[in-house]
Ligand binder design. Structure first.
Ligand code: ZN
Length: 189
């Protein structure tokens, strides 16, 4: 499914003539891709995949996150500051680290949450109870690498919107569950 193209608040705020000039200059400069893939962009977390008729046992992974962003090179010589990408990604990883990843939009888990406990009840009655402080409820349907990649992507895109002052083309986030086993999600800005 093709998502409608988003424009940044910065672009919306510019007079049309300036945006047109910027677009022409961007075309002349070419498009580049920056990739951030650092050992420390990781999180260790527990999860299980569940959908109607199937549930994995609870288990964990040492997840690794990578980010690739396409855009044009500005007058300063770069697409965007690597430091911003690293900082935003590290913050999202920290939120997920050493937590149970709960897919809050699951279609087969009944989820309750109070100050102390999060409970997940699968359709066959199997029940998990975790300390609330040890869980993170995510706006995803399944705690798969694919949906985690999309979640991290949306968080980064929101974070970058506050930092990026010129057009970025697209962003791709990879979430690896194990060496040689990763899912990637890419969306346009
Ligand atoms: Zn797994």
């Amino acid at each position: 499914m093709t998502k409608p193209r988003r424009t940044t608040a910065f672009r919306r705020s510019q007079p049309a003539r300036l945006v047109a000039n910027e677009t022409r200059e961007a075309a002349a400069r070419g498009e580049y891709r920056v990739v951030v893939q650092k050992d420390y962009l990781k999180f260790s977390a527990a999860h299980f995949i569940a959908y109607k008729g199937f549930r994995e046992p609870l288990h964990g992974h040492n997840y690794q996150v990578s980010v690739a962003i396409s855009g044009v090179v500005g007058a300063d010589g770069y697409v965007l500051d690597f430091g911003v990408v690293k900082e935003l990604t590290k913050a999202v990883c920290a939120e997920l680290d050493e937590r149970v990843l709960v897919p809050a939009e699951s279609d087969c888990l009944e989820i309750t949450r109070d100050a102390t406990t999060v409970t997940l009840t699968y359709e066959d009655g199997t029940r998990f109870a975790f300390p609330t402080s040890d869980t993170v409820l995510l706006p995803i349907v399944h705690a798969s690498a694919e949906e985690l990649a999309r979640y991290v992507l949306h968080r980064l895109r929101d974070g970058l919107a506050a930092h990026a002052v010129r057009g970025l083309a697209d962003i791709e986030v990879g979430v690896s569950e194990a060496p040689g086993q990763a899912a990637y999600c890419r969306e346009r800005f």
